[in-house]
Ligand binder design. Sequence first.
Ligand code: NAG
Ligand code: NAG
Ligand code: NAG
Length: 516
Amino acid sequence: MMHHRIFPRNICSLAGFILVLILATAKSITISRPPLLPGQHCCPVNESLFWKKKVHGLNSAASKQLEPFLSYEFLLPQLQLMAGLKYPSSAKRLRKFVSNLMTGDRPLKVGIVGGSISWGQGTTAHGVRDWFSIFMTWLASVSRVPVIGRNGCIPGTPSFYMVLCWEHSVDPDVDLILVEYVFNDGVDDRIKNNGAVRWVEQLVRRLMALPGRPAVVLVQVPHVHLTYFDPFFRTSEDLEGAVAAYYDVPTVSLRDALYPLNVHRPTEGFLWAQTYNEHHPGDAGHKALADLAVHLTQETVLGLLSYPPSRDEAEKVEGPLPPPMYSGNLPPSSSVCVVGFNFTSLVVTAEGWEWTNEGTPEKPKWGYVATEPGSQLVLQLTKRLAVEGAEALDGASTIADGSASIKGSTFPVLLHYLQSYVGMGTARVECGGECECTGVNVDALHAGRSSQTYMAAVMVTWINQTLDCELQITVLDKSRDVEGGHKFKVSGLVIAFGYDAAAVASVGKWHLPSDD
Ligand SMILES: *[C@@H]1O[C@H](CO)[C@@H](O)[C@H](O)[C@H]1NC(C)=O
Ligand SMILES: *[C@@H]1O[C@H](CO)[C@@H](O)[C@H](O)[C@H]1NC(C)=O
Ligand SMILES: *[C@@H]1O[C@H](CO)[C@@H](O)[C@H](O)[C@H]1NC(C)=O
């Protein structure tokens, strides 16, 4: 009986010890930042740390082919460069891209999708010192044919935005596309049906299926903040490793490269305060990201010289995509995304609403804004549905009840609206014309102290497709704001054909974290 009393107590103290251990290791770690003088940048690139790769053991023909690619000067130490090559994969598509780069058969297109980090926020020269620009400048310098880059990043967006609105950011015939969303997608630690992983899977599928059959590369960044950084594991990056492995997509990781230089053996020049502004990397952080992309490309050249593509590889590179890793996790069969100036073409009535840019010319934030109850915005969907959705609608009708002659068609409409923390009100979203939906009240007051674009979803049924389909947004005389404000802002709309109610429910939480 003694045994029984002592044993549970030991278990308790052991559990307590483990709990303390978990709490201790799970704690965020503080970043100490020296105060900066006005105009001083956190993170200048220290060129005296630069070095170039040397490769030994190649015959002279291979050396000659490799030589131009080794011209690049790295900032990251060699071992961290190697550590940052998170997952090389068989890289079939990347090998094809790099083969084309080496032979110079045809001009190549490179794209990037992501949030504000890869857009270039945090650098001292957007378009010059951001990592995509550094990478593109180097690619152009080693290629015999033009290599064109397009930065399609949209600050404050998660991967799901790009699943639905990629056509505004990516050329369909792109040859290589880089994907950077692990910070903006936030942290979700479920293994099964992980939200962040779901979205990234849909995005990877959507991109891999483009006509250019592009190589896709995941670019993972650490969760660094102004005053602290997250524990190593507090990220969806490792769970997204499943998507990378499943689709055979190479991955580089700035977390894997920099974390040891901050925690295991703190190293001057690579500390968070010397590489990161806040959650955006500064010039040195961008240089390190570019280093990883160049390293991946150089290693791919080396791989091609050592193991030239076989006929089997050439056949497999054209193969179809496997079924989704998460069962049924397909992007919408076709979607129409109307954002920016084109959104104004949907508007038939805008009583009390003004089309206005609340951002800057360089980083615009356009939308319709109303501040008075009763203001009504009427959006006419008919033309978009008729022109771009005709095929998709037929498809949807057939799926819905097995016959093509069904009376109505049902599809989700996702309205982009701003949630913010001051002066915000509530609006009613409902259908008009020959379209029906269950209307929703949408409260634009955000719980936290930030401004984010959210998505309000309604399932719309178009009763008679020869008549008009409308969406109406009306500001209500209802507000939780302390000042009783009624501001409401609408900035875009997605018609997501081929998505069902369950897929929309998972999107309901969708938001675009904004930078202010
Ligand atoms: C740059 O790196 C060199 C070599 O480690 C070091 O001696 C120097 O202090 C660094 N310069 C700055 C401005 O940090
Ligand atoms: C606006 O719509 C037109 C016609 O559908 C399209 O050609 C154009 O690319 C769109 N512009 C933008 C910025 O999306
Ligand atoms: C749709 O509306 C048109 C025009 O009012 C009408 O002629 C037609 O019969 C309607 N179709 C259906 C299926 O209700």
